[in-house]
Design a protein around this ligand. Structure first.
Ligand code: SAM
Length: 294
C-alpha cells in the first residue's frame, strides 16, 4: 500500500511539476485528485481478484493505481506519449499493470483480451473517459459485442443521462436506445468538478452499463431498426408518422407506413420519444416485412 495515492492533490501536483507536464485540452485531460471517488467507482464496478480490467486513458495513473490494488490485471490504453515515462515511474510498483501506447479507437480489443487476460477472468472496462470521444468509445465497445461484463465509466453528466434515459423524458433519444439495446444502464453517482485538475466545464457522472446476454429486443434487421429510431427522433416536435414518412420517402409509401403502424397498433400521432424499445422493434420488424429488398 503506497504512503499517499497518486489521486491526491499533493502527489498529482508533484508529478506534474517533476515532468513539467502541460494538459492538452484536445485530449480531454482532466485528472482525478480524489481517491475516495475512485474507490467508490471501483466498488460499484464490483472489481475483485478475479477481474481483468481495461482502462482507457490512465493519465498519470490515479485510477490505474486504485484498480491495480484490487483487480487481477489492468491493461490501460494511453494515446499521449508524454505520459509513458510518467506512468512507468508512478506505477513501477504494480506488476499487474500493462500500459499500451495506442489510440483506443484503433485498438484490436479482441486481440488485446486474448493476449493479456486468463480466460477465467471476468472482464471489465473502468475509465475516466476523455470527454471528447465518450460516445464513439462506448459505441465501439458495444457494437463489437466484446466479452465485457460491466462498463463503469466517468463521463459528462449530460451524456450519461441521455444514455440511461427512459421514454417520455427530454434526455431519451437514439443514444439511449443504442446503449440500452446492448446493456442495462444506470447512473451510479454524480461527480463534482472539484475532484479534477484542471476542472472541466461540466458536471460528471459515473455510468454503469451491464452487458445483456443478448440484445433487449429481437429485430429482423439491425440497420433498419436503428434507422427507424434515428428517423423517429429527427424532429422531436413532429409526429412519429410524419418523421417516418419524410425519412423513408424513397423506401416506403405513406400508405405502407400507415398500414404497418396500424398492424403493430402504434398510434402514428405519438411522438418518437414516447415509444419504448420494444415498440421500436415491433415497428422495425413490421416495416422489414414489407421491404422489397432484403
Ligand atoms: N485516468 C486518469 C484520471 O482519472 O485521472 C486520466 C483521465 S483523462 C479524463 C483522459 C485520458 O485519456 C488522458 O490521459 C488522455 O491523454 C487519454 N486519451 C485521450 N484520448 C485517448 C484515446 N483516443 N485513446 C487512449 N487514451 C486517450
Amino acid at each position: 500500500m503506497p504512503k499517499e495515492y497518486i489521486a491526491s492533490i499533493r502527489r498529482t501536483k508533484e508529478i506534474l511539476g517533476k515532468y513539467g507536464f502541460s494538459f492538452k485540452k484536445s485530449l480531454g485531460q482532466n485528472f482525478i485528485i480524489d481517491a475516495n471517488i475512485l474507490r467508490k467507482m471501483i466498488h460499484a464496478a464490483q472489481i475483485d481478484q478475479n477481474s481483468g480490467v481495461i482502462e482507457i486513458g490512465p493519465g498519470i495513473g490515479s485510477l490505474t493505481e486504485q484498480l491495480a490494488l484490487i483487480a487481477n490485471k489492468v491493461i490501460a490504453f494511453e494515446i499521449d506519449q508524454r505520459l509513458l515515462p510518467v506512468l512507468d515511474s508512478t506505477l513501477a510498483n504494480y506488476e499487474n499493470v500493462k500500459i499500451i501506447h495506442k489510440d483506443f479507437l484503433k485498438a484490436d480489443l479482441h486481440k488485446t483480451i486474448k493476449e493479456n487476460f486468463a480466460p477465467d477472468l471476468s472482464l471489465h472496462i473502468v475509465a475516466n473517459l476523455p470527454y471528447y470521444i465518450t460516445t464513439p468509445i462506448l459505441m465501439s465497445i458495444l457494437e463489437q459485442q466484446m466479452p465485457i461484463e460491466r462498463i463503469t465509466v466517468m463521463l459528462q453528466k449530460e451524456v450519461a443521462d441521455r444514455m440511461a434515459a427512459a421514454p417520455n423524458t427530454k434526455e431519451y433519444g437514439s443514444l439511449s436506445i443504442a446503449v440500452q439495446y446492448y446493456t442495462e444502464a444506470h447512473i451510479v453517482m454524480d461527480v463534482p468538478k472539484t475532484v479534477f485538475i484542471p476542472q472541466p466545464n461540466v458536471i460528471s457522472s459515473v455510468l454503469q452499463l451491464v452487458k445483456r446476454e443478448k440484445p433487449l429486443v429481437e429485430v429482423s434487421n439491425e440497420d433498419l431498426f436503428f434507422s427507424i429510431v434515428k428517423a423517429s427522433f429527427r424532429h422531436r416536435r413532429k409526429t412519429l408518422k410524419n418523421n417516418l414518412v419524410s425519412y423513408f420517402k424513397e423506401t416506403y409509401t405513406s400508405e405502407q407506413i400507415n398500414n404497418v403502424l396500424q398492424t403493430v397498433q402504434i398510434d402514428g400521432k405519438r411522438r418518437g420519444e414516447s415509444l419504448t424499445i420494444q415498440e421500436f422493434a415491433l415497428l422495425a420488424n413490421g416495416l422489414f416485412a414489407v421491404t422489397d429488398i432484403k
